[in-house]
Design a protein around this ligand. Structure first.
Ligand code: SME
Length: 155
């Protein structure tokens, strides 16, 4: 990972260390990611409720997609397939649900515990092909840090 990515990861790790409130943990996470990574134009978290992804904390313009059924959009695909999805050109992907006309690329990373999807990190960029292996590594580690707190808040 680049130094910038490593700094972002450490900042999230430090912030979540003693934060057991799920809402505050998610707020801190999206704010720290957006602050450290300039390409992260829209940084948000969706939470899985039944068969729908419900928009939680985010940094960026309001999204029209506050509830996304599993399997719909890039968000729904990542949750259904339980895998990270990177889209270099959102306008070339038929699954894409538009949030802002400026968005060019997107990464969605499921937040999972014991193989169960709890939610996901969704990041949009105004730059095409903005997301690569460093972002995947960073965000998968951040998802793993968030998962226990999100799981505990549902119990
Ligand atoms: N683009 C997403 C929808 C959510 S907005 O980006 C915030 C998708 O295709 O699922």
């Amino acid at each position: 990972m680049t130094e910038r990515h490593q700094t972002a990861l450490q900042a999230v790790r430090d912030a979540l260390e003693n934060e057991h409130d799920a809402r505050r943990a998610m707020d801190l996470t999206v704010n720290l990611l957006a602050r450290h990574l300039p390409d992260y134009t829209w940084t948000g978290i969706y939470l899985l409720e039944g068969n729908e992804l419900c928009l939680g904390p985010f940094v960026g313009k309001p999204s029209p997609h506050t509830r996304i059924p599993l399997g719909r959009g890039i968000c729904g695909a990542a949750a259904a397939e339980k895998t990270t999805i990177i889209v270099d050109d959102v306008n070339a992907d038929p699954r894409y649900l538009a949030c802002s006309i400026e968005t060019k690329s997107e990464i969605v990373v499921p937040i999972m515990l014991d193989g169960n999807v709890l939610g996901e990190l969704d990041i949009d960029s105004d730059r095409a092909a903005a997301f690569g292996a460093d972002d995947r590594e960073l965000l998968e580690q951040v998802a793993a840090l968030l998962a226990p707190t999100l799981a505990a808040s549902r119990a």
